[in-house]
Design a protein around this ligand. Structure first.
Ligand SMILES: NC(=O)c1ccc[n+]([C@@H]2O[C@H](COP(=O)([O-])OP(=O)(O)OC[C@H]3O[C@@H](n4cnc5c(N)ncnc54)[C@H](O)[C@@H]3O)[C@@H](O)[C@H]2O)c1
Length: 309
């Protein structure tokens, strides 16, 4: 298949592009390099440096390539940026994504896979429970709102135009290549800072000094498998959580990464960040049970950060 991977210069998208190429598919990457890096794009992929808000540039691309499927990873990905710049967030995550959908409809592209967020759209997940796909979404950040809005468009395009789509709701994804300089991606931030002997900060769940927020961390390899299977039409469900069903606090995560690296560093206590949920955990979809547990995934991730220097 010829597959368009948007956001293919980013963390998850570049791993998906690698896996698709390894599986014998052809890949075109669209990315505006706003957070992604050119060197993440696999050599065997065709790279188109396009902002998805630019409908005419996308049209030229779709005129030049008869895509069989689109894997849509490009996004404004930061919850805190979305609280400061909700309009820009929606312009990219809703309007930019709609540019792609319109072209898929017009060119009769067979399949669309969307990177949504289980980590944000369900809102607070009460202690003792896990969010599954039947849980009613309750977004509290503009980022979660824009992701949920686009899920709605996908359902409308399926109904109106027969566009086949799969919505993958990721938990907190971590692994090699994640940007350690952004505002999100705590595993990458801790791995990079701890490898460099720098202090780390635990942002509070409620008050500075607590153990921080509770999260479900899923390894990028499991997320990649979910995308590849969805693109190959191997999944039955149309909306699937991609998580592990297990939780860890930010402080326990810090300790896990310290042990994996064999270091210990100064830990500072930060305030709660706007838009952060206290607790988020996903019940993994039966079709997508995770294969990599946190210990193995952290070992792979810290090895990558350590080798990078
Ligand atoms: N990392 C996570 O924990 C997580 C969790 C849930 C959902 N997601 C979703 O997964 C997808 C991939 O996230 P990631 O962690 O790899 O982030 P990332 O920032 O590494 O990748 C996003 C890519 O999109 C590109 N991009 C941003 N705006 C663009 C635009 N207007 N036009 C073209 N390209 C643009 C960036 O340059 C970047 O390469 C995103 O849709 C994100 O919302 C990620």
């Amino acid at each position: 298949m010829l597959i368009l991977v948007t956001g293919g210069a980013g963390f998850i998208g570049s791993h998906v592009a690698d896996a698709l190429l390894a599986g014998g598919h052809s890949v075109v990457v669209v990315d505006d390099l706003s957070t992604g890096r050119r060197e993440n794009v696999p050599e065997a992929a065709t790279f188109a440096p396009i902002d998805i808000r630019n409908a005419s540039a996308l049209r030229e691309l779709f005129d030049a390539h008869a895509f069989d499927a689109v894997c849509h990873q490009a996004a404004q990905t930061s919850v805190s940026v979305s609280t400061r710049e909700p309009i820009r967030d929606a312009e990219i995550n809703v309007m930019g994504a709609l540019n792609l959908l319109e072209l898929c409809r017009e060119k009769s592209v067979g399949r669309f896979v969307f990177a949504s967020t289980g980590g944000a759209i369900y809102g607070e997940v009460p202690e003792g429970t896990m969010a599954d796909e039947a849980t009613v979404p309750s977004p509290i950040s503009p980022y979660a709102c824009s992701k949920l809005a686009f899920e709605g468009y996908l359902k409308a395009y399926r109904h109106e135009h027969g566009l086949d789509s799969t919505i993958l709701r990721y938990a907190n994804v971590y692994g090699p290549r994640q940007d350690p300089h952004g505002e999100a991606g705590v595993v990458a931030i801790f791995s990079q800072r701890l490898s460099a002997g720098e202090p780390i900060q635990i942002n509070a769940m409620r008050e500075p000094g607590d153990d921080g927020c509770i999260r479900d961390y899923v390894y990028v390899g499991d997320v990649v498998k979910a995308n590849v299977r969805a693109l190959q039409g191997e999944l039955t469900a149309k909306v699937l959580n991609v998580g592990t069903g297990t939780t860890i606090t930010t402080r326990a995560l810090a300790t896990t990464i310290e042990s994996a690296l064999g270091v210990s560093s100064e830990i500072r206590d930060g305030a709660r960040r706007a838009g952060d949920l206290e607790r988020s955990v996903l019940r993994p979809n039966d079709e997508l049970l995770p294969e990599v547990d946190l210990a193995k995934g952290i070992a792979e991730t810290v090895a990558w950060f350590r080798d990078r220097g």
